[in-house]
Design a binder for this molecule. Sequence first.
Ligand code: GLP
Length: 233
Amino acid sequence: MEVIIMKDKIQGGKKACDIVKNELDKGAGVFGLATGSSPETLYEELRKSDIDFSDSISINLDEYVGIPADHPQSYHMFMQKHLFNDKPFKKSYLPDGMADAKEEIERYNEILEKNPIDLQILGIGTNGHIGFNEPHTPFNLRTHKVKLTKETIEANKRFFEREKDVPKEAYSMGVQSILEAKKVILLAYGDQKADVVKQMIEGPVTEEIPASALQTHPDVTIILDEQAAKLLS
Ligand code: GLP
């Protein structure tokens, strides 16, 4: 794992944007994308840049179950707003939160099989989740339907009017699907992530901390701000 510590998330976004550009120049054509606040400064830099994704494919990590693509809090809408409206891709894939689970999981796994990811962008939940792979999710899963933990529902309720509106389930690429990406960039900012960042990088590889699986991947870059890095030895 390469760990890069930047002054703040603005600088982190710029650094990640340089890596995306570099990979695109080297021929990367399939980008795995994430939602959440962590990639927002990267997406802002991408929007301001002259990067052209019109020949590229994007595949998002996850989507809530039970809300339609045009729901204001869907990850479809998040991606439109933060990236796709300004930087359209040739084709963008996200799980369909309203689809039948069995069919949707098969469809998404086929998409991933046909379009191996060159560069995967990730954030990390305070409990160590990546995508929506909550603690104790087996590492060998591809796309699956997930029951969100109380901690994740709590963390995401700020985006919804009432806590009871926060979806309780999601579709997510599995840890195995994430590990199959050629290159991974994980972004984490702020001191609420410091503890889990330490566990991800310096702790044991364990299904208790899904992000610790990244220790087994040959090409991972972790971009942190000073607060998120403050407990690293
Ligand atoms: C959500 C997403 C993850 C994201 C995580 C952290 O649960 N499914 O992909 O990494 O939250 O979010 P944030 O970056 O806002 O801290």
